[in-house]
Design a protein around this ligand. Structure first.
Ligand SMILES: [Zn+2]
Length: 548
């Protein structure tokens, strides 16, 4: 076993004693948070109360200061929960008469608006291709088309996903790698920005990465942060259109969906109205707001306290469920993400042991990640520390527990200069960087760091299921076996529990790597940069003056 314990504190001052993350302390934190007392840490439950109390006590004991609004340890996060009831009406009307569609069979719709009824009355229907507006790639599927009051139909994924080699679009959107423009979240957001009342994505298994069964598994429920009436960023109804239903619908308007799919791979594509087709829906909505909390702790900077380096992990997990074979009911997310929280404590401990950093360091324990990155989204929409002067957000969300590795897995290759920092620090650990295994899954867009990335803050994510680690014992094969076992049996299940079989030496390497980068940033003057071609570069560039 050759691991080089990297001293996080050494990044702060060479004279400080080495203070690497300690597996015994990580274990103690994980065992506590994943114990039955915390009831699986679901937001809005008694488990949340205990979790918040525990997190605040730990940060206090570590000597940090409150980092929430108005000197509090917590930031309240109002979460909107909606559930669409059985629709009274759900149909397309076309030149050949009415085409009723069935929820969960032909379409799957839901809402994130806090209204008692989701209603669309005879709205015109427009096909918008992939619905991408990407100035940095010279791409705009909308071409100024007016979508106000209309229903937009999108293709899944981004314009080059299905392109064959040699097509002009090939590689413009990362090839098989998913860009933000390929995510369903982006399409719904873009539909709202365009003023549409509804958004439907044509489902196709390869492009979505999952089957129709996964699409409908939401049961018409949705979560969002509660937004102010002026900030509504959602359409009245959003969802999916089954591939077969889409083909029929387009044919009813005299259009060939397959041909339009090919046309949508050209930058010259323009939205196509389904002439004479309208969409109508009327469905009851049950909605409630539950208030949860982010915990925020701060280590104040000695020289430039207004510049903030952020580290984050999420405290929430899946709460109680049906008992598993061993009778366990709590899905306590020992790895996902109690281990990430434990990592934050270790980094905070090491930093506190050294001299005060030049910049402030903020530790965020987010709520409601599992409901759609909502704690971090709420923070990013209501930041306590201005995002313009937030240096970076470093996130830990699931680490491999199979032992030391010869590499570290990079999620979102080519995004920012933080990946260069990662490679350099990994090299001092005797490790190299391996890009994530399946970039088409778009994991870069699916953890809390992304909420900050959307607002332009450069980010780095450590995620143990993003790719097989090359383990000291057993190599890549053993690394893949760990991923298969974890994602196959434990991910989001009661099986995500602490186990005496865990070997945290690899997790320690990753936590030390994150802590070292955070320490360097906190003591330096560098502002990490998005790389050319990143979807988030333009947003950051707009606030460049604040960092001069
Ligand atoms: Zn997670």
């Amino acid at each position: 076993m050759k691991t080089l314990p990297i001293a996080i504190a050494a990044a702060l001052a060479a004279t400080q004693p080495a203070a690497a993350a300690d597996p015994a302390r990580l274990t103690e934190t994980v065992k506590t948070l994943a114990s039955d007392l915390f009831e699986g840490r679901a937001p809005g439950t008694a488990g949340e109360e205990r979790t918040i109390g525990y997190l605040v006590a730990r940060f206090q004991e570590l000597g940090l200061e409150p980092g929430g609004p108005d000197g509090a340890w917590v930031q309240k996060v109002p979460l909107l929960h909606t559930r669409l009831g059985t629709p009274k009406m759900l149909a397309f009307d076309g030149p050949k008469g009415t085409m009723p569609v069935e929820q969960a069979k032909d379409v799957y719709v839901s809402t994130v608006r806090p209204d008692d009824v989701a209603r669309i009355a005879g709205a015109p229907v427009v096909f918008v291709g992939h619905g991408v507006k990407a100035p940095e790639r010279g791409w705009d599927d909308f071409k100024g088309a007016d979508l106000k009051g209309k229903v937009a139909i999108f293709l899944v994924n981004d314009p080059d996903f299905a392109a064959k080699a040699g097509e002009p679009v090939s590689g413009k959107f990362g090839g098989r790698t998913m860009t933000y423009y390929g995510r369903w979240t982006y399409k719904f957001e873009e539909a709202a920005r365009q003023g549409a009342v509804g958004a439907l994505i044509v489902h196709e298994t390869a492009g979505a990465g999952y089957g129709w069964n996964v699409v409908i598994s939401g049961g018409g429920e949705n979560y969002d942060i509660a937004r102010k009436p002026g900030d509504l960023t959602s359409v009245a109804l959003q969802g999916w259109l089954a591939g077969e239903a889409a083909t029929r619908l387009f044919a009813s308007a005299g259009l060939d969906l397959a041909k339009l799919m090919a046309a949508a791979r050209s930058p010259a594509f323009r939205p196509v109205e389904l002439k004479g087709v309208t969409f109508a829906a009327d469905a009851p909505v049950a909605h409630e707001v539950v208030t949860s909390r982010n915990v925020l702790a701060r280590l104040p900077g000695a020289k430039r306290p207004d510049e903030v380096v952020m580290l984050g992990a999420h405290w929430d997990a899946y709460g109680a469920g049906k008992p598993d074979a061993q009778g366990r009911i709590y899905r306590a997310g020992a790895n996902d993400d109690a281990l990430g929280i434990a990592g934050l404590f270790e980094i905070a401990r090491a930093m506190k042991a050294g001299p005060a950093p030049a910049r402030s360091v903020v530790f965020a324990a987010w709520t409601a990640e599992e409901r759609g990155l909502l704690g971090s989204e709420y923070y990013a929409a209501n930041p306590v520390f201005p995002v313009e002067k937030t240096v970076a957000n470093l996130a830990i969300d699931i680490l491999q527990t199979a032992g030391p590795a010869k590499d570290v897995v990079l999620v979102g290759k080519g995004q920012s200069t933080l990946e260069d920092d990662m490679a350099r620090v990994a090299a001092t650990q005797g490790r190299r960087v391996t890009p994530e295994g399946l970039p088409e899954r778009g994991l870069f867009y699916r953890a809390d760091h992304f909420s900050l990335a959307k607002r332009g803050v450069p980010v780095l994510l450590l995620m143990g299921i993003a790719g097989a680690s090359d383990l000291e014992e057993g190599g890549v094969k053993a690394g893949q076996a760990w991923i298969d076992a974890y994602t196959g049996q434990c991910y989001h299940q009661a099986c995500d529990a602490w186990s005496p079989d865990w070997n945290l030496a690899g997790a320690v390497q990753d936590i030390d790597l994150v802590g070292t980068i955070a320490g360097e940033l906190a003591n330096g003057t560098a502002w990490p940069q998005w790389k050319a071609g990143s979807e988030f570069k333009a947003i950051r560039d707009r606030s460049a003056a604040a960092r001069r």
